[in-house]
Design a protein around this ligand. Structure first.
Ligand code: MG
Length: 312
């Protein structure tokens, strides 16, 4: 199997010909939710059925358990202050790792009812937290605790930490899963991993006030497995998980190329000192490869944080 397949000439400028795909670790059951934590020089990711969060130390290549039991974490991201935000199947909540080292609840209910099992999360530049809430963590005891859905639907929500308000922003997908904003935050991309609907990434127009979305359209359809988690680079390219590797789509919807991975890919993130290393969670393993791309989002610098204290 070659490392890459090119479908459009633009893919060449994103890849480094001499950079090999490395398998950094294996031994997981279903790996998911990687996030790079710059202050720790580490990437952490979930191994959902094993109820643990793992850590890869970039300085020496060591892999260790970061948190066990963790409450069946799934997706992770960072907020503007560089704190880890987690989706928890077990606690049926979105939580945040505070500066004091404790996990605190950000949101666990909608309309007075418990969430299903938050799956993936993105933090917008206004501090609002957008997350998907399919039922995988309550469907059985494998990835959480079997339970009935109180809400009775799988939605994408926006939580405003300033007001405490949570609103349903996408209610049209059977199993919303990965999500990310375009660099200008005018488009919200959401994948649908439903087996009874076409596996696709949908693009929604963010409204002028930045608080909800409208006008959904199919952005890309998968012909191999489903699109689960994905990230977007500074140029607006979508780097997405799929059944046969990492697929890269231009913002115009063209499939540029594929990074071939020998296991089904669940999610990925940019990391490394220069944020040009792609970390990939795929079934039982963690892979990495250096690329010519950087993520759209970044935590604030200390200087920015001091000048705009915001909502700590
Ligand atoms: Mg997911």
């Amino acid at each position: 199997m070659s490392d890459y397949d090119t479908f459009d000439g633009r893919f060449g400028s994103l890849m480094i010909g001499s950079a090999a795909i490395e398998r950094l670790w294996t031994g997981g059951r279903w790996t998911e939710g990687p996030v790079y934590v710059p202050a720790a020089k580490a990437v952490i990711w979930s191994d959902i059925p094993e109820d643990r969060v793992m850590r890869y130390d970039e300085t020496n290549g060591a892999v260790s358990v970061f948190e066990y039991p963790c409450g069946y974490h799934n997706g992770h991201t960072l907020d503007a202050y560089g704190r880890v935000v987690a989706c928890e199947h077990g606690g049926r909540r979105v939580s945040r790792l505070g500066f004091d080292g404790r996990w605190e609840t950000i949101v666990d209910r909608f309309d007075g009812k418990r969430l299903n099992s938050p799956n993936d999360v993105a933090v917008k530049s206004d501090g609002s937290i957008w997350f998907s809430d399919p039922s995988y963590g309550i469907d059985s005891d494998y990835e959480g605790h079997a339970a009935k859905s109180e809400i009775g639907a799988c939605n994408v929500y926006r939580h405003d930490p300033q007001t405490g308000e949570t609103t349903a922003v996408v209610t049209s997908l059977d199993r919303p899963n990965g999500l990310a904003f375009s660099p200008d935050e005018r488009i919200l991309y959401v994948s649908n991993t439903s087996l009874s609907e076409t596996p696709a990434i949908h693009a929604f127009r963010v409204t002028e006030d930045g608080r909800t979305v409208g006008g959904g359209r199919v952005f890309a359809v998968s012909d191999n497995g489903v699109f689960d988690g994905f990230r977007i680079d500074r140029a607006g390219n979508i780097w997405t998980s799929s059944g046969d590797g990492v697929r890269v789509y231009a913002a115009d919807g063209t499939l540029l190329g594929r990074i071939n991975i020998p296991e089904s890919v669940s999610n990925l993130c940019f990391g490394g000192r220069k944020r040009n290393r792609l970390y990939i969670t795929a079934t039982s393993s963690l892979y990495a490869v250096y690329v010519h791309a950087n993520p759209a989002e970044r935590p604030m610098t200390c200087q920015e944080m001091t000048s705009q204290p915001g909502n700590w």
